[in-house]
Each structure stands twice: as C-alpha cells, then as structure tokens.
Design a protein around this ligand. Structure first.
Ligand code: ACO
Length: 332
C-alpha cells in the first residue's frame, strides 16, 4: 500500500425514504404471516414504501441533493454520476441520466450499475477509480430502489423483506492516510437463478402470460441466498481487511447490506467480532437493496458511531450473485 497514493474519501452522505411506513401487522392483513415470524426470522419491524407516482430517480435525487449539501458541493461541481439500482425507472435511459437531468447537470457523464444488493459497493469502487487516477474530483454515487414495484405481494417469503429508499455519497480526493484503503469485488453468475426477475428483459419480454405468472416480480430461493450470504459476507470482510492491512480489532464499525439480522449476527460470530460493531437498522427500513448501505452509513454518522480516523468496512451481497467490500479510514 503506497503511502503517497491518491485515495478517494466520502465528503458527504444523504438519504431519503418515502413517508409511508408499512408495519408487520399491516402485512398480516395481506399474506399469511405474523409480526412474530417476521421479527424472529428477519429482524424487520417496518419498512418504507413509495407512492404510486415515485420512481427510483425521484428517491435518488433527494438523497443526492442532501449528500451534495453535506459535502458543501454545488451540483454544478459534480463530474460523474453513478447510480446503483435493480429497479431503474425504465429499461433505458439509465436512472443516472434521469437524475443528471433532474439535477440540471447537462454534459456530466452518468451511468447505472446493476449488481443487486452489492450495487452500491460496485458503484463506490468504480467511482473511486476516477478519483484515484485523477480524472475527476467530485463523483456522486447513489443507491436507489423502489422494490415495492417489483414485489409479488402474494408471496409471503419476499414481500415481508423488500422495501424502498435511497442513499447517496459524494466521493472526493482524501487527505493522505484517509479514504478508501482497499476493495474486494466478486460474482458467481451460476447462482443468478436464485435471485432474479425473469420477465422484462430480452430473454422474456413482459407479456400478459408473464404478468399472470408474476414473472415480472422478484423471485428468490431464500435458502440458497441465505447460505450464500452467510459464507460471502464474513469472507469479503476478512479479505478486504487483509488487503487494507487492518486487524479486526482495529475496525470501529462494519456497515453490512441490511438483508436479515440473522445473517449479520452469524457474520459477527464467524468473524469473532462483537455484534455492536455491526450497524443494523433493517428493523426500521427492511431490505432496500443497493440503498441499504448508504442509508445505514448516514444513520451511523447521525448517531456519532463513526469519528475521523476510524476504520470502517462497507460490505454488500446480492443478486448476480454478487458481493463486495470496501475498507476505509474515515475522514477527508
Ligand atoms: N411468514 C410466515 N411463514 C413464512 C414466511 C412468512 N413471511 N415466509 C416463509 N414462511 C414459512 C415457510 O413457508 C416455511 O414453512 P414450512 O416449514 O411449512 O415449509 C417456514 O416459514 C420456514 O421457512 P424457511 O424458508 O426455512 O425460513 P427461513 O428461516 O429460512 O427464512 C428467509 C426465510 C427470511 C427468506 C431467509 O431464507 C432469508 O433471509 N434469505 C435471504 C434473503 C435475502 O437476503 N435476500 C436477498 C435480498 S432480496 C434482494 O436482493 C432485493
């Protein structure tokens, strides 16, 4: 690790969740489930659900504006926009381009990243390269999802998990010794069949038959995804810490993708780290896919769980199957 290497740091964070909350008790009225089952099997108590008018870009723009304000950067200073999402407004143009226009940033490059719930880590990793090689100074990375619009509300195994929200960060060159220290990304495409939306692409366009069979909604093999997450989450943390040459004891906070409390608790046990070192806010937000890590980061900062000089790890896993982790020393 070169001491003089230019690194990217997070200069500002923003988040947005829709006003409407849906409790487990409300889900009991829709599918055969119970508050007790959902809380004990997932840790989720409630989640935010978008209005019928809200699309991923609408949530993302609000989170982005807050991240820019926190970074004390005007939108006109943004050099690049990267959006991680599995629920883009439409197939094309990209949600990043829609957000670019909404921010009034004509000519600024913008593109989407599709890496499921690891999307934000992928986006952060890509954005960092542009900072570190000196191409750009201010990169906006957004994770935004309206999963409620691809949820099969008759499938009790998935509808109790999925939720809506957005988080955003502004990446800038960091002071020496701070910022992104190491990253690790991975994918296992052979596991793609365990978490997918079958219809809506060129393989299976949306037809009335596809709609009838709910193929334009999220399908998940919960057991397989669970097993995959249990293995990859601790592995990715261990690998990125090794690459950053940081001991587990020197980590102030791990911010994992918020899928299931049991997955996070198992990772803590596996890594022999105290659960208090893992940020968990899925009880109030459910699984917001690529938005969950920046939302959790925002709340960790709001609650003074991170201070300058702290080593933190961000780690995601999801559809693809994909995973990724980033180790950072907080501060600019
Ligand atoms: N309410 C009540 N009962 C339920 C519910 C529900 N909501 N969902 C499933 N059950 C039942 C099952 O039908 C099963 O009943 P059976 O024993 O009669 O067959 C029983 O509960 C146990 O089911 P399991 O699947 O064994 O439950 P498990 O403890 O594994 O939990 C869960 C299921 C929560 C889905 C878990 O497998 C999980 O968290 N998987 C990973 C999910 C994930 O992280 N997905 C990725 C994110 S999605 C995305 O990418 C946006």
């Amino acid at each position: 690790m070169s001491k003089n290497k230019l690194r990217s740091g997070i200069a500002g964070v923003g988040m947005y969740v829709p006003d409407k909350t849906v409790t487990n008790a409300e889900l009991e009225k829709i599918v055969e489930t119970s508050d007790e089952w959902i809380q004990s099997r997932t840790g989720i108590k409630e989640r935010h659900i978008a209005s019928t008018e809200q699309a991923a870009s609408d949530l993302g723009v609000i989170a982005a504006k807050q991240a820019l304000a926190n970074a004390k950067i005007s939108p006109s200073e943004v050099d690049l926009i990267i959006v991680a999402t599995a629920t883009s407004d439409m197939q094309f143009p990209s949600t990043a381009c829609i957000i670019q226009a909404a921010l009034g940033l004509n000519d600024v490059p913008a593109f989407d990243v599709t890496a499921g719930c690891a999307g934000f880590i992928y986006g952060l990793s890509i954005g960092s390269q542009f900072i570190e090689n000196g191409t750009y100074e201010n990169v906006l990375v957004i994770g935004t999802e309206v999963l409620s619009k691809i949820t099969n509300w008759t499938d009790r195994e998935t509808c109790v998990l999925l939720a809506d929200g957005a988080g955003a960060v502004v990446l800038r060159p960091a002071l020496p010794g701070y910022g992104l220290l190491a990253l690790r990304l991975g994918a296992d495409g052979s596991g793609g069949k365990h978490l997918l939306m079958p219809a809506g692409g060129s393989r299976m366009p949306v037809t009335s038959e596809a709609i009838e069979k709910n193929l334009n909604t999220l399908h998940m093999n919960g057991h397989e995804v669970f097993k995959f997450a249990m293995k990859k989450l601790p592995e990715a943390v261990e690998q990125v810490l090794m690459a950053a040459q940081i001991d587990k004891n020197e980590v102030a906070l791990v911010i994992p993708h918020q899928a299931n409390r049991r997955i996070i608790e198992a990772a803590a046990r596996n890594l022999e780290m105290p659960i208090e070192k893992f940020m968990i806010n899925l009880d109030r937000y459910g699984n917001t896919s690529s938005a969950s890590i920046p939302i959790a980061l925002y709340e960790a900062l709001e609650n003074y769980l991170i201070k300058p000089g702290d080593n933190i790890v961000l780690v995601g896993f999801g559809a693809g199957l994909t995973w990724g982790a980033v180790a950072m020393r907080w501060g600019m």
